[in-house]
Design a protein around this ligand. Structure first.
Ligand SMILES: NC(=O)c1ccc[n+]([C@@H]2O[C@H](COP(=O)([O-])OP(=O)(O)OC[C@H]3O[C@@H](n4cnc5c(N)ncnc54)[C@H](OP(=O)(O)O)[C@@H]3O)[C@@H](O)[C@H]2O)c1
Length: 261
């Protein structure tokens, strides 16, 4: 039986780097995002350069029923998914009272609803085959509220908590789930879509390669949550010794996303 790695958000940024890496490792792929043209171009490139099978599923993950549509696409094509990489996601920066309501619903649908429902749909077959891994791309923003990115950080806290709970639930099965929680990563589309001024960020912005490396590390080990860089680990692990208000204040200063009221 052939197995496939399904990657959401593979059209640009971190997801595209992950698709290239999985293809180089010889995995057959199913690529999911809205930009079907970009996915087709990437699929062609990966088929040529890596000799792997690549299928493209153009799907808006903010639509109701999106996870079921992706699942049915795989069922109809007879594609058995043994790695699910939930990478699609985006941020909206700014004060909550000015936030566009539709953008908020789309963000929570992609970052939380679709991610959880994709796991819900693909997990039963993984359990039945006793083979499968789920990789969730969360963020350091999931460990504390980030002023100026309040709803985004809350959506990533959902991903971290969901991953931790599922990791324990799945002990004793052959299935693993882990989260990779990067700090700021150098992907232009992410900041442009969020409306987040990069010049105000006061922490190192890493290359998407650090996320690829962290995913590889996660696949090879048994971690539940991976903080990719030394700085990410220092930032998050030092929180336990610092009052919570100070943690949020420091996060606010470092992210530089808060607007004056
Ligand atoms: N960049 C950072 O600083 C950073 C830090 C920590 C965590 N992360 C997380 O890493 C992940 C990837 O971020 P990135 O920096 O690579 O951002 P990006 O370059 O903007 O890529 C986002 C990906 O998500 C897809 N996506 C967005 N909305 C979608 C929708 N409605 N339906 C289907 N796919 C959708 C996009 O594809 P289409 O536009 O083609 O649909 C794209 O492939 C996200 O979950 C993000 O929260 C990013």
């Amino acid at each position: 039986m052939n197995f496939y790695t399904l990657i959401t958000g593979a059209s640009t940024g971190i997801g595209k780097y992950l698709a290239e890496d999985f293809a180089r490792m010889g995995d057959n792929l199913v690529l999911v995002a809205r930009s079907k043209d970009k996915l087709e171009a990437l699929a062609g490139e990966l088929r040529r350069s890596c000799g792997v099978e690549v299928h493209v599923c153009g799907q808006d993950l903010s639509e109701p029923g999106a996870a079921s549509k992706v699942f049915e696409f795989c069922e109809q094509m007879g594609l058995a998914i043994d790695k699910l990489v939930n990478c699609a996601g985006f941020s909206i920066a700014g004060n909550i009272e000015r936030m566009d309501e539709d953008a908020f619903v789309q963000m929570t649908s992609v970052n939380m609803v679709a991610l959880a429902l994709l796991i819900r749909r693909f997990l039963p077959a993984m359990l039945a085959r006793r083979r499968g891994t789920v990789v969730n791309i969360a963020s350091v923003a999931g460990f504390q509220g980030v002023p100026g990115m309040a709803c985004y950080s809350a959506s990533k806290a959902f991903v971290v908590n969901l991953t931790e709970a599922l990791f324990m639930e799945l002990q004793g099965t052959a299935i693993r789930v882990f989260a990779v929680c990067p700090g700021f990563i150098d992907t232009d589309d992410f900041f442009n879509r969020a409306g987040h001024d990069r010049s105000k960020i006061k922490v190192p912005v890493s290359s998407p390669q650090v996320v690829v490396k962290a995913v590889r590390q996660g696949l090879a080990g048994n971690a539940m949550v991976i903080l990719p860089t030394f700085f990410d680990r220092l930032l998050i692990n030092s929180q336990r010794f610092v009052p919570r208000k100070l943690v949020v204040l420091i996060g606010s200063f470092l992210a530089g996303a808060m607007e004056k009221r």
